[in-house]
Write a protein that binds this ligand. Structure first.
Ligand code: AMP
Length: 398
């Protein structure tokens, strides 16, 4: 079967067509600047050349029409017609408390997802637009929604409640939800598979360190805690997001800088994180690593603070699970950053971790990077959210 995976943002749309028998991606691409001048489609068929086409995309329906046209193009396409696309899997960011699993996107389900928009105003409306656009162009193809929050719905109450008046939970569902769930689920399962151990027997900590970053604790096959909260702003220091701060800082900055709450929230989301902490050196860890080698103080402070926070979260999840068997690193920095992995693991001597530096320098493999004597296993598992979405989608259509 061929499954089209769609990850739709407000002005961009990423897609992959995955053959579910081989689990290979047979074409992928990106629509950028949807609804803005200079819209562009990038399309790469498996084994073929990357093509870039600048073409108007006034809305998401047009963007998806162009994607389907590219996939069925007689010369560079990978399928003959739309009948060869058996199902579409959509990434949906927030499923609230309603969705603890993926779901077929019926009209009733779409209405329930819309009710979660308030919890993710930047993401969910765009995800819904993507689903609706696909439904117009492929009315008979099954559509499945896969939620970033679903994997974390197994968290116990003590992990998801905030110390706030309970009525806010009752009235507005203010609680911790967690994100990157598709990645945490994929990586933790893959780690068990690579180790040849039963998923349900393991205590796993997954560090998803990308531009957005989060840690999760997966005990006996279920997520019991994760670092992101009501929104993806809580937890680790990220590319441009602050992660955990004293909430009183918001009022403090608003007064000192004469800014509104909205303006301060933009600072916390877009101008903070490693970008802000490095005094605007960069939000990209490749630049920070270069800075570290050159002895740049902004880079040193930022790398140390980032890694310390990751190590602190790992420690708290060791406590929450009463131990840990496997720690996994994934996403852009987690997969490609041996320095970050080293700096984090330096805090974890109490877990008897011994990194194998040769293995720690390898890239792109699902491997353990600890020595056989290490008391806790540390692994690098490249994440593959698109494949995870395709697998979920397949569950509903076979
Ligand atoms: P993601 O959000 O998972 O795509 O991760 C993106 C981030 O990964 C970038 O902003 C970089 O900071 C980081 N990254 C990508 N490649 C490397 C690399 N070779 N070394 C260190 N960091 C990297």
């Amino acid at each position: 079967m061929n499954i089209l995976v769609i990850n739709c943002g407000s002005s961009s749309l990423k897609f992959q067509l995955i053959n579910s028998d081989t689990e290979q991606c047979i074409a992928k691409g990106l629509c950028e600047r949807i609804g803005i001048e200079g819209s562009m489609l990038t399309y790469t068929p498996e084994g073929g050349e990357k093509e870039k086409t600048v073409t108007p995309m006034p809305d998401h329906t047009e963007a998806i029409r162009l994607v389907l046209e590219a996939l069925t193009n007689p010369k560079t396409g990978v399928v003959k017609d739309l009948n060869e696309i058996d199902a579409v899997g959509h990434r949906i960011v927030h499923g609230g408390e309603k969705f603890a699993d993926s779901v077929i996107l019926t009209d009733e389900v779409m209405a329930a997802i819309e009710e979660c928009n308030e919890l993710a105003p930047l993401h969910n409306p765009a995800n819904i637009i993507g689903v609706n656009a696909c439904k117009v162009l492929m009315p008979n193809t099954p559509m499945v929604g896969v939620f970033d929050t679903a994997f974390h719905q197994t968290m116990p109450e003590e992990a998801y409640m905030y110390g706030l008046p309970y009525e806010y939970y009752q009235k507005y569902k203010i609680r911790r939800y967690g994100f990157h769930g598709t990645s945490h689920s994929y990586v933790s399962k893959k780690a068990a598979e690579v180790l040849g151990k039963k998923y349900e027997d393991l205590k796993i900590i997954v560090c998803h360190l990308g531009n957005g970053a989060s840690v999760s604790a997966v005990k006996n096959g279920k997520c019991i805690d994760t670092s992101m909260g009501l929104t993806p702003l809580e937890g680790l220091i990220m590319g441009t997001r602050s992660g955990d701060i004293d909430p009183a800082i918001i009022e403090f900055i608003a007064h000192k800088e004469n800014k509104s709450i909205d303006e301060v929230m933009t600072i916390l989301n877009k101008k903070s994180g490693v970008l802000g902490l490095s005094d605007n050196l960069s939000s990209d860890f490749r630049d920070l690593e270069d800075g570290l080698h050159q002895g740049n103080e902004n880079a040193i402070r930022t790398m140390k603070t980032f890694c310390y926070r990751v190590a602190k979260y790992i420690g708290s999840y060791v406590a929450a699970m009463n131990g840990v068997d496997v720690i996994c690193f994934t996403a852009g920095v987690g997969e490609n950053g041996p320095i970050v992995r080293n700096m984090v693991c330096e805090y974890l001597g109490y877990l008897g971790i011994e990194l194998d530096q040769e293995l720690n320098n390898k890239r792109g493999l699902d491997i353990a990077i600890t020595t056989p004597d290490s008391k806790t296993t540390v692994m690098v598992i490249p994440t593959n959210e698109e494949l995870a979405i395709a697998r979920e989608t397949l569950r509903f259509v076979i």
